[in-house]
Ligand binder design. Structure first.
Ligand code: 13P
Length: 252
């Protein structure tokens, strides 16, 4: 945790669920959210953003998309613009997730343009960075993450409250996590890197950890310095597990 930053526990539902399940999951999270020390964010598939936002209306739980196009609107078949997400009730958007970088060949330059579109539409971007196993084995994890940060975050990202998630590619959906020392070292590196590039405001940027976060490892991870919350995939699809992770946030 970073003193003065309220931790955020974000659920990335990825390409899972149906309308009914999405409503049920959002309902359960909303009912258990009051009294939690952490802020909560749910990122359903595009198709369910509106239903989830309606379910969460009046609660403290926020809704986000999982991607957006760099243009606000236009002839881009199959894509979704940031203003459309905003219109559907989203306040946040995940950008540059490693699954999009891999499945859709998204470069950091494209992620930066998407961030600009999100900021323009008044959405808070949540940008993911992280190294592959081969890059970590080669001792290049910080170099890779540093370059992703430099190239993915546009001017204005930090002052607008942009969020960064460190998600080592090899830890996503595998049940494997870096050691606590490795997570702490990377988060401290990211804090220094952002402060050098963006100035002292970056001291208050939320830095999340993501990759196989579950109820059993959440408390240890969330207690680390410069870890200001978690981006949760699989465990966010089970309301009890997601809330157990949120409850593992240390008392601030
Ligand atoms: P898992 O929690 O399933 O490893 O996924 C992490 C993730 O990719 C969140 O964006």
């Amino acid at each position: 945790m970073t003193p003065g930053i309220r931790p955020l526990i974000a659920g990335n539902w990825k390409m899972n669920g149906n309308w009914r399940g999405a409503r049920r999951l959002a309902d359960a999270v909303r009912d258990m959210a009051p009294g939690l020390g952490a802020r909560l964010l749910l990122c359903p598939p595009f198709l369910h953003v509106q239903a989830v936002a309606a379910t969460l209306l009046g609660s403290t739980v926020a809704v986000g998309g999982q991607d957006c196009h760099p243009a606000g609107h236009g002839a881009h078949t199959g894509d979704i613009g940031a203003p459309m997400l905003r219109d559907a009730g989203a306040t946040h958007v995940i950008l540059g997730h490693s699954e999009r970088r891999a499945d859709h060949g998204e470069s950091s330059a494209l992620v930066a343009r998407k961030c600009e579109a999100a900021l323009e539409a008044d959405l808070i971007p949540l940008v993911c960075v992280g190294e592959t196993q081969a890059e970590r084995d080669a001792g290049r994890a910080e170099e890779v993450v540093g370059r992703q940060l430099s190239e993915s975050l546009p001017l204005g990202f930090i002052t607008a409250g942009g969020i960064v998630a460190y998600e080592p590619v090899w830890a996503i959906g595998t049940g494997r996590t870096p050691t606590e020392a490795d997570i702490a070292a990377m988060h401290s590196f990211m804090r220094r890197h952002l402060s050098q590039e963006f100035g002292p405001t970056a001291q208050m940027t939320r830095l999340l950890y993501g990759g196989s976060v579950k109820p059993s490892n959440a408390a240890a991870i969330l207690a680390l310095p410069d870890v200001d919350g978690a981006l949760v995939g699989g465990a966010s699809l089970v309301a009890e597990d997601f809330l157990a992770i949120a409850r593992a946030v240390p008392e601030g």
